[in-house]
Design a protein around this ligand. Structure first.
Ligand code: AHM
Ligand code: MG
Length: 347
């Protein structure tokens, strides 16, 4: 099996990146970008772990562009992520959940990679010490609108937005980092999904999950069922069906919901099942953002043999029309997402 390619204890993220370079899956510029993301994740892991004793719990007193109250750690994590990416000199544009517009990176001298990220997802969990995570995706600069062509600030801004609004199927890499009982970085550069656990003794990400595969099916559903009354009838009918013991040989599906996508998705990757954030009467496209939440996670799901769907179409096929666009998300085991789609597709 392909798992045997790697000597687990001896493969760090750094040696894995070098191996990818040798194989030609990534170039050296991109390896630098990915290393800088790993560094940001290590720094955020440390901040999250110490939040309760270093005055980093609670609100920052500002709202982000989406009208959400920012936590202190949202703001600090965003700065950490941006600084790490900028310092590589290889990222042309960065776009974050916490900033209204994508940012053109002046320090960059080559590479020009486009990186999208949610620096601290699920941050409502922080003050209770429950799992949170970071999510990221990286694209090549779009060939149609080069940043060099921009004659004025407005054209530059528009070109930045166009570069960022690429469909998920164009992703060159995507990943997340879970800050939980351990810190786990899960990454794909388009040739399988790999998980690395932070070894706190040596401060390195060490390979722990080579070629991750999401189980083909799994009897766990992860939805915020408090929103049930506001969902479409087809989603209600789907959830109702999971709860019928007679339909599932006497044992209905189990419900698990952390309220942090990275944690709920990581469990789904390992145990199988489905995570869903449907549209609702008060939010027709749900809550999650296409660019830095749904697309990177769908890229990972597909790379691991699973699926990411809006219920109507493949998430990776959607051409984004706005940086902070929301879409419904149903993601996880192939059979589970297909079963959901049997209720929602073509309706
Ligand atoms: P955030 O980016 O503002 O943290 O919101 C995203 C989070 C996801 O991690 C999580 O799955 C979802 O919001 C939970 O939302 P809700 O509390 O509505 O269930
Ligand atoms: Mg988020």
């Amino acid at each position: 099996p392909r798992q045997d390619e790697y000597d687990l204890g001896a493969t760090t993220l750094t040696t894995w990146l070098l191996k990818q370079e040798l194989k030609g899956t990534i170039d050296s510029e991109f390896a630098v970008v990915l290393s800088s993301i790993a560094l940001a994740c290590k720094q955020i892991a440390s901040l999250v772990g110490r939040a309760g004793i270093s005055n980093l719990t609670g609100l920052a007193g500002e709202e982000n562009v989406q009208g959400e109250a920012q936590k202190k750690l949202d703001v600090v994590s965003n700065t950490v992520f941006s600084n790490c990416l900028r310092s590589t000199g290889r990222t042309g544009i960065i776009a974050s959940e916490e900033e209204e517009f994508p940012v053109f990176v002046e320090e960059t001298f080559s590479g020009n990679y486009v990186v999208v990220f949610d620096p601290l997802d699920g941050s409502s969990n922080i003050d209770a010490g429950i799992s949170v995570g970071s999510i990221f995706g990286a694209y090549l600069p779009s060939e149609e609108c080069s940043l060099e062509d921009a004659e004025d600030g407005e054209t530059l801004m528009n070109n930045c937005v166009l570069n960022v609004c690429q469909p998920g199927k164009m992703l060159k890499a995507a990943g997340y980092c879970l800050y939980s009982t351990s810190t786990v970085l899960v990454l794909s550069v388009g040739d399988g999904v790999f998980g690395f656990t932070l070894d706190p003794l040596i401060g390195e990400f060490v390979m722990s999950h080579p070629y991750m595969q999401v189980p083909e099916s799994g009897k766990i559903y992860s939805f915020n069922e408090g929103n049930y009354d506001m969902w479409d009838d087809d989603v209600k009918a789907y959830i109702d069906s999971l709860k019928k013991p007679e339909k599932w040989e006497g044992k209905p599906y189990s419900s698990r919901y952390i309220g942090a996508l990275v944690g709920d998705f990581h469990r789904t990757m390992l145990y199988g099942g489905i995570y869903g954030y449907p549209g609702a009467t008060n939010a027709p496209n749900g809550k999650l953002r296409l660019l830095y939440e749904c697309a990177p996670m769908s890229f990972l799901a597909e790379q691991a043999g699973g699926m990411g769907s809006t219920g109507k179409e493949r998430v990776l096929d959607i051409d984004p029309t706005a940086v902070h666009q929301r879409v419904p998300l149903f993601i996880g085991s192939k059979k589970e997402v297909e079963y959901l789609e049997s209720f929602t597709k073509g309706k």
